[in-house]
Design a protein around this ligand. Structure first.
Ligand SMILES: [Zn+2]
Length: 178
């Protein structure tokens, strides 16, 4: 007499590699922003040289040309508002000769905080591009989402996750080595 095979339901097929494994394919949403994010990363490295948390930002004009750059300068200047985004937005407005940055794009290595999310909404930029998430203080999806709050009448487009690993890695190394 043959006993039926022990065990419950048949085993599932061996797990096949996920389609996302291996080299990432083209990403039409994020790829166009890699070059300006590289520029923002270079700014972030300048912040670290002065002992500031490495966050960098650039503002691109409506034609995509570089308008302004900024990096965190809180330690360097003793100014609590000297975040990369605020400095880049101020410089871009100075260059354009007006506070409205319509048509412009703010590219920053880290998810903006509440102050910077407020500043970028006030500046009327068309688009925010950021790299790493800031799960402790982020105001563009992590803790709050000020930029896409439907009660506001200006809501920039948001692209996140551009070179996210590079952006986060810079911060991780900074805090590890200090
Ligand atoms: Zn900030």
């Amino acid at each position: 007499m043959h006993a039926p095979p022990a065990g419950g339901p048949p085993l599932p097929d061996p797990i096949s590699p996920s389609p996302s494994a291996g080299a990432p394919g083209p990403d039409p949403v994020r790829d166009p922003w890699r070059a300006p994010m590289e520029r923002a990363l270079a700014e972030a490295e300048r912040a670290a040289l002065a002992g500031d948390v490495p966050v960098g930002a650039v503002v691109l004009g409506p034609d995509g040309a570089l308008l302004a750059t900024g990096h965190n300068e809180r330690e360097a200047t003793g100014d609590p508002t000297a975040h990369a985004e605020v400095l880049a937005l101020r410089r871009a407005a100075g260059r354009l000769g007006e506070w409205r940055l319509a048509g412009c794009t703010l590219v920053v290595t880290l998810e903006p905080c509440v102050m910077c999310a407020g500043a970028l909404v006030q500046s009327r930029v068309d688009r925010l591009v950021f790299g790493a998430l800031d799960e402790k203080a982020g105001a563009v999806g992590s803790l709050w989402d000020l930029v896409r709050d439907r009660r506001l009448n200006h809501r920039p487009e948001v692209v996140h996750g551009v070179l996210a690993e590079e952006c986060a890695g810079l911060l991780t190394r900074f805090f590890r080595d200090r």
